[in-house]
Design a binder for this molecule. Structure first.
Ligand code: HEC
Ligand code: HEC
Ligand code: HEC
Length: 131
C-alpha cells in the first residue's frame, strides 16, 4: 500500500499523544515533593517510622478500628511509645488541612471516614445541647 509509512507514523504519533498524561504525571509528582510541602508535625516520631507510615497508615487505621470496636483495645504500644487507638490521636500532632488533606488531594484519595469521624478541618455548627 502506497501510504503505509504515513499510516504507521500516524499511529505512533497518536499513541504518544494518548500516553502523554501518564508520563507527564509520573515525572511530576514525586513522593519527596509532596513530603516537603506538608506542615511540620508536632513531636519527634510518628506511631511507626515515616516511610512505614506513608505507605501503611491506612492499614494501621483499619487494624485500629477492628481492635477498638471488636476487642475494646484502646492503647497501642510501638517502639515509639504508647498511643490511643483512635483517629483523634492523629490530631495531637498533625494538622488535618495542611497534612493529611494536602497529600490526599495530590494523590486523589478521598477517605469516607469524615462522614462520621471528626477532623480539625471541619466546620462544626454550634449545637444547643439540652442539659
Ligand atoms: C458510618 C460511620 C463511620 C464511618 C464512615 C467510619 N467510621 Fe470509624 N467508627 C464509627 C463508630 C460509630 C465507631 C465507634 C466509636 C467508639 O466506639 O469509640 C468507630 C470507631 C473507629 C475507630 C476506633 C475509635 C476511634 O475513636 O477512632 C477507628 C480507628 C476508626 N473508626 C477508623 C475509621 C476509618 C479509618 C474510617 C474511614 C476509612 C472510618 N472509621 C469510617 C463510625 C464510622
Ligand atoms: C506524637 C506525634 C504523632 C502522632 C500521634 C501521629 N503522628 Fe504521624 N508523624 C509524626 C511525625 C513527627 C512524623 C514525621 C515527619 C517527618 O519526619 O517528616 C509523622 C509522619 C507521618 C506520616 C508520613 C508522611 C510523609 O510525608 O511521609 C503519615 C502518613 C502520618 N504521620 C500519619 C499519621 C496518622 C494517620 C496518625 C494517627 C493515626 C498519626 N500520624 C499520628 C508525628 C505524629
Ligand atoms: C504522604 C501522603 C499522605 C499523607 C501525609 C497522609 N495520607 Fe492518608 N493516604 C495516602 C494515600 C496515597 C492513600 C491511599 C492508599 C491506597 O489507596 O492504598 C491514603 C489513604 C488513607 C486512608 C484510607 C482511605 C480509604 O478510603 O480507604 C485513610 C483513612 C487515611 N489515608 C488517613 C490519613 C490521615 C488521618 C492522615 C493525616 C494524619 C493521612 N492519611 C496522611 C497518602 C497520605
Amino acid at each position: 500500500m502506497y501510504h503505509k509509512p504515513y499510516v504507521i507514523l500516524g499511529i505512533v504519533v497518536f499513541l504518544i499523544i494518548l500516553a502523554t498524561p501518564y508520563w507527564v504525571t509520573a515525572g511530576n509528582i514525586k513522593y519527596e515533593d509532596i513530603h516537603k510541602e506538608l506542615a511540620k508535625p508536632k513531636g519527634v516520631n510518628c506511631i511507626m517510622g515515616v516511610k512505614w507510615m506513608a505507605s501503611k497508615h491506612m492499614e494501621l487505621l483499619n487494624e485500629w478500628r477492628e481492635i477498638a470496636v471488636r476487642k475494646g483495645v484502646r492503647k497501642y504500644k510501638t517502639e515509639n511509645g504508647v498511643f490511643n487507638v483512635s483517629l483523634t490521636e492523629c490530631w495531637r500532632c498533625h494538622n488535618y488541612d495542611e497534612y493529611c488533606k494536602k497529600c490526599h488531594e495530590f494523590m486523589d484519595v478521598r477517605p469516607v471516614c469524615w462522614d462520621c469521624h471528626y477532623n480539625p478541618g471541619m466546620k462544626i455548627p454550634t449545637v444547643n445541647y439540652i442539659k
